[in-house]
Design a protein around this ligand. Structure first.
Ligand code: IDP
Ligand code: MG
Length: 136
């Protein structure tokens, strides 16, 4: 089923010059880019985006990190885009991410893991509404 998911190229990915690499993988995979923006998140948006992690010990560091520089937010579309993009990213912790995935190939640290993707249709709807309200 064709669906949309939110992609972030996190500030570490932008700072390391990996925007082209990540967008290239998305394009070669065959997803459609529906919307894209370079922006720096304010804390309120970051806290809303990662609200499910508000009680975690890493939350404050995560908000510092995700607001610490410009990121790329994109809306992509394609068959089973949510699961397929999660598969392309690989496991959250690069230690566990398979080679060939973005995190397996390009990251070494749990927090600074280059990309984000919505983890369910419900998360995708919420995150798209947060980042691209006109397209939700
Ligand atoms: P996901 O990005 O694969 O969906 P989540 O568990 O939703 O992973 O965590 C959101 C983000 O929070 C991760 O991508 C990572 O940047 C950061 N994170 C998750 N767990 C930890 C941790 O244990 N230490 C530091 N950062 C973490
Ligand atoms: Mg998540």
């Amino acid at each position: 089923m064709s669906e949309r998911t939110l992609v972030l190229i996190k500030p570490d990915g932008v700072a390391r010059g990996l925007v082209g690499e990540v967008l290239g993988r998305i394009e070669r995979k065959g997803f459609v880019l529906v919307a894209m923006e370079l922006r720096t998140l304010d804390r309120a948006t970051a806290e809303a985006h990662y609200g499910e992690h508000a009680d975690k010990p890493f939350f404050a560091d995560l908000v510092d990190f995700i607001t610490g520089g410009p990121l790329v937010a994109a809306l992509i579309e394609g068959p089973d885009a949510i699961v397929q993009w999660r598969n392309m990213m690989g496991a959250t912790n690069p230690v566990n991410a398979a080679q060939g995935t973005i995190r397996g190939d390009l990251a070494t640290e749990m927090q600074n893991n280059v990309t984000h993707g919505s983890d369910s249709p419900q998360s995708a709807a919420r995150e798209v509404a947060l980042f691209f309200p006109g397209l939700a």
